[in-house]
Design a protein around this ligand. Structure first.
Ligand SMILES: [Zn+2]
Ligand SMILES: [Zn+2]
Length: 348
């Protein structure tokens, strides 16, 4: 590989294992920063995109959007991050800046969202990425890089809706799914003052869910336990990628309760409870830049960290396989062994 070329890991076609992939460095626009990647978390969305679940994937496709690294170059119009700074980047790497949503500061709803992904042109399973400097976030100095990496997508994905739906009175939230997003949702929800009920189809996760801060645990295979909590929850945050009994979950919501999806499960249900109880089902996509900064400060202040397995980036296919088999506990972060960085540790 010549010194100027970038080494990433790419899927060449839908559902294929990733292969080492060399490419020319993407051009650095005047608002862009180039980041030397030290860490990148593995998110279910990366796998969905490899599989072209969203129908937007161009191949060769380099996944990766929970990125931490050091700025190696900055365009002349960049006012924030400077070369040498450690920064984090999430799913969104830029936005059009012109549409009504960007004008309102809700860039995650940008009308030009597909090319705004950090995946474009190539994502973080790579030695280097280029994003708009306004989407490279300064990190608290003492926050470990692997922790910050996971917060860039999983963290903001769950903190966004939990903070948005917070009210003066204590509310009960059901966190559906205790995985990469779910375990972090339990920790954030507990710290935000919610009463937290963890709902999972894996009863062996009960002890850990309670240790993460859940007040109660419900095995979703146990219909009787779900029936006992009918009309109890103000909010249900669905972090699961599938396997949810939607009608049973809707029945646990209070009248006018809300079901918020942050993963991408397929959904189907009889609408009786939705209509008669005036329930709301809504999606929540990441967060805007202000929410990202608020989430990082809140996590640092309250000591909220994900459970992390570190793996070398060269083992990306093994990492993806662990996620596909639901074996990751709870988030895998790939470490770029070629990048210069201080020694790291596993957070548990
Ligand atoms: Zn993600
Ligand atoms: Zn826009």
């Amino acid at each position: 590989m010549s010194a100027s070329r970038i080494l990433g890991y790419a899927a060449m076609a839908a559902g294929q294992p990733l292969e080492p992939f060399e490419y020319e460095p993407p051009e650095l626009g005047e608002h862009d920063v180039r980041i030397s990647v030290t860490h990148c978390g593995v998110c279910h969305s990366d796998i969905h995109a490899v599989d072209d679940y969203y129908g937007i994937t161009d191949y060769p496709f380099v996944p990766g959007h929970e990125i931490v690294g050091h700025v190696s170059a900055a365009g002349r119009a960049v006012s924030g991050p400077k070369p040498g700074d450690r920064v984090g980047v999430g799913w969104q790497g830029r936005s059009c800046g012109q549409c009504e949503w960007c004008q309102r500061g809700e860039e995650q709803l940008c009308l030009d969202i597909v090319p705004s992904g950090t995946w474009v042109p190539y994502g973080g399973f790579s030695s280097s990425v280029v994003v708009d400097g306004g989407f490279a976030y300064p990190l608290p100095e003492t926050m470990p890089s692997e922790v910050a990496a996971v917060l860039m997508c999983a963290g903001v994905a769950v903190y966004g809706p939990l903070s948005k739906h917070l009210t003066e009175s204590v509310q009960t939230v059901a966190v559906i799914g205790v995985g990469g997003l779910g375990h972090l949702a339990i920790r954030f929800a507990h710290a935000l003052g919610y009463e937290v009920v963890a709902v999972s189809s894996q009863p062996e996760k009960e002890e850990q869910a309670l240790a993460f801060g859940a007040d109660r645990f419900i095995d979703s295979n146990d219909r009787e336990s779900l029936r006992r909590v009918a009309l109890s929850f103000d909010l249900a945050l669905c972090t699961a990628g599938g396997g949810v009994d939607w009608e049973a979950m809707l029945a646990t919501l209070r009248k006018r309760g809300k079901l918020v999806l942050v993963g991408f499960p397929d959904v189907a249900f009889n609408s009786t409870n939705l209509v008669a109880r005036e329930l709301t089902i809504t999606g929540s996509f990441l967060g805007d830049r202000a929410t990202m900064r608020e989430m990082l400060a809140f996590a640092q202040d309250r000591g909220i960290t994900p459970e992390i397995e570190l793996m070398p980036m060269s083992q990306v296919n093994e990492a993806i396989q662990r996620l596909r088999e639901n074996e990751a506990r709870y988030r895998i972060v790939l470490v770029n062994e070629t990048a210069r960085r201080p020694p790291s540790r596993v957070v548990s």
